[in-house]
Design a protein around this ligand. Sequence first.
Ligand SMILES: Nc1ncnc2c1ncn2[C@@H]1O[C@H](COP(=O)(O)OP(=O)(O)OP(=O)(O)O)[C@@H](O)[C@H]1O
Ligand code: SF4
Ligand SMILES: [Mg+2]
Length: 353
Amino acid sequence: MSSQTPDVQQPVLRGVDLTKKYQVGRSVADRLAKREGRALTALDGVSIEVFPGEVLAVVGESGSGKSTLAKLLVGSETASSGEVVFEGKALSPHRDSVEARRIQMVFQDPYSSLNPRLTIGSVLTELIRYHRIVPRDQVKAEASRLLKLVGLDDDALEAYPSQFSGGQRQRVAIARALAVRPDVLIADEPVSALDVSVQATILELIADLRDQLGLSVLFIAHNLAVVQHLSQRVAVMYLGRIVEIGTAAELFANPSHPYTRALIASIPRMKAGSFNSEFQVKGEPPSPYSVPQGCRFHPRCPLATDECRSVDPALIPVSAGDTESMHLSACLRIDALPPMPEAFQPPAERSSL
Ligand SMILES: Nc1ncnc2c1ncn2[C@@H]1O[C@H](COP(=O)(O)OP(=O)(O)OP(=O)(O)O)[C@@H](O)[C@H]1O
Ligand code: SF4
Ligand SMILES: [Mg+2]
């Protein structure tokens, strides 16, 4: 299968060399030890492109910088350096309301982002009116249309957030994000707090919305299993960097970074044999206050050599010499990775190859 993104156009949204440092205040321990506050690098030179009509998954352990990336792209936080480019235009840190409207976000806990005192109808109609999405006499019909789009009926217009289940509330949050007709939806772990059966219905909804509306989606998740059938491309993050990116088919068939292999090995149905025991990552990631020299994954990597402890690998095409390839990995020892056993290739990916 080609490693090109299908129907390559210009990216709708780009993060270019984004870095975010947080200055963290002095803790009690710091004061006792007479230490200054410390800087933490949450995101370290990340470049990422979201193409029209694709679901791009961003996956990684807690603390890898997924939400920080989302916040910079949506504009709720400002980058320490780098820029966010929407439809070819660099966005200023203070976006105007039209620019802000084009990229919307859905969070893990929709309850915290919905006003408990407002009915869903009020939330939606207020937004539709404020942004003049439709003429005034069509506002109510537009709110109904949005609810239908996310699989809810008109009864939801009169209901308050507390009257919904977790899955329904996430549908409401998606309807609210769609009310301003965005081009890009950033969903930050939207199913992590839901039961597994409900998770599947929300994933299906997101896939349907992509198909129906041609929406671009940046979908953040902890584990690869969740995004396997939803996303066209997958970016794997580790300690503030993207360490591998490629189409979902490429990434599952030929994971080309030891950390991606570890994430795949942690998918329960793929646990078996030596593949799992070799690549399973143990322990916590290193502190973001003291990122390891060289490859930041080396303290946990079963393939690490002395070179890995001194050289910081860049993202390069997995197939040497294929400069057009969009399957990239930041590993110095791609060639040392054993071939993936057939048994670990998910059925969907196998049949599509
Ligand atoms: N406002 C902040 N001030 C200080 N440090 C922060 C702040 N926000 C995030 N961080 C730190 O930046 C790093 C990346 O955080 P981020 O929330 O982006 O990770 P994440 O991948 O989304 O994790 P999770 O899966 O737990 O949501 C973490 O070490 C986190 O503690
Ligand atoms: S560069 Fe070395 S330490 Fe880093 S992932 Fe590759 S083999 Fe492991
Ligand atoms: Mg997060």
